[in-house]
Ligand binder design. Structure first.
Ligand SMILES: Nc1ncnc2c1ncn2[C@@H]1O[C@H](COP(=O)(O)OP(=O)(O)OP(=O)(O)O)[C@@H](O)[C@H]1O
Ligand SMILES: O=P(O)(O)OC[C@H]1O[C@H](OP(=O)(O)OP(=O)(O)O)[C@H](O)[C@@H]1O
Length: 207
């Protein structure tokens, strides 16, 4: 039996589609119910449905053998899990953005983000000392109301930046969702896990 932590939210539907393309018989419960633990005995699998940022926590603690998480979360959290496969889904990128032409405040530059570790590492590597302001969402609001000079956030279509009069200034990293595994589970269940990896690898969208 393998336990897989699935991220609720925007990755979920694409991940579900991928599993079904790999011929896993996942019942309609996945599309309809609000259950957080779904057993699929025919496939010897148990799925737990978690917040995207929490998937790595379940996998690191070994209560899930495997999980699906965005590369952004893996970069931010740096947990003790192995990345097994790039699933090529939920593609987006991490970027620095701000108001067009706006300079960084020279005395106390501030950067708002949901990714404090990624942002502080990035600006340190650029040789810039900044204050990181952690927000949980609607990051684009920060430069509009004077909370920060820059933001570090996910960009996908670019629509949120555009509609708020912001521009992308620097690209930090490409992001797709990854299959991750608990290291001890991998040692114990290597055969089962490799079979799952092979089935998924065969149906991953190419790009
Ligand atoms: N606009 C986007 N387009 C494509 N993928 C995205 C986008 N925003 C985020 N992602 C990817 O999807 C993952 C989950 O994002 P989602 O918005 O579902 O959850 P969240 O923002 O962590 O949670 P919540 O919005 O429920 O607080 C992110 O970690 C990232 O990898
Ligand atoms: O380039 P786009 O296609 O416009 O997508 C980017 C937006 O999507 C995410 O926000 P989300 O919708 O998750 O809302 P949030 O602000 O609550 O995190 C991200 O934080 C950006 O704000």
């Amino acid at each position: 039996m393998l336990t897989i932590a699935m991220p609720k939210g925007r990755i979920f539907d694409e991940a579900l589609e991928l599993l079904r393309r790999a011929d896993y018989a996942l019942p309609p419960e996945f599309d309809e119910s609000r259950k957080l633990v779904i057993d699929v005995p025919e496939e010897q699998m148990r799925f737990i449905l978690a917040k995207p940022m929490d998937v790595v926590t379940y996998v690191e603690h070994g209560v899930a053998d495997l999980g699906i998480a965005g590369k952004d979360v893996l970069m931010e959290e740096e947990r003790d899990v192995y990345e097994l496969l790039d699933l090529h889904i939920s593609r987006c990128h991490l970027a620095v953005a701000g108001l067009p032409g706006a300079k960084m405040n020279e005395i106390a530059p501030r950067v708002a983000t949901k990714y404090p570790n990624i942002a502080s590492t990035y600006f340190r590597e650029q040789g810039e000392q900044v204050e990181i302001i952690r927000l949980n969402g609607s990051i684009e609001l920060a430069p509009l109301i004077g909370l920060a000079d820059r933001i570090v956030d996910i960009v996908s279509t670019g629509r949120t930046l555009k509609e708020n009069g912001l521009v992308e200034l620097e690209r930090i990293a490409e992001v797709t969702s990854r299959l991750i595994v608990n290291p001890a589970s991998y040692r114990l269940n290597g055969g089962n896990i490799e079979r799952l990896v092979d089935r998924l690898a065969a149906v991953i969208p190419q790009s």
